[in-house]
Design a protein. Sequence first.
Length: 99
Amino acid sequence: MTDEIHSFSDFADSRPALDGRKRRIDEVLNKPITVRGHKIIASKKNAGEMCLHLQFEMDGELCILFTGSAVLIDQCEKYADKIPFRTSIVRIDKYFSFS
């Protein structure tokens, strides 16, 4: 057994929690936003599904929304290295997409 004491910052995930004013996706549709960050985790509501935590800026305010949109999740994974980027979220038939 060692007496060495570790600092939490030495082993903790360095990605800070995403914060901002919580918004519903319908409040954001078709409005210009700047995506600032994202996190994809297992959904707490739907077992076996994923949930996107999307942090963005809208009208100068930092915001966050939560969605199970597979298209938005795929787009965030594909373009994560391009964040931050300007976009809007649109509804196409039954799904949401960046445009």
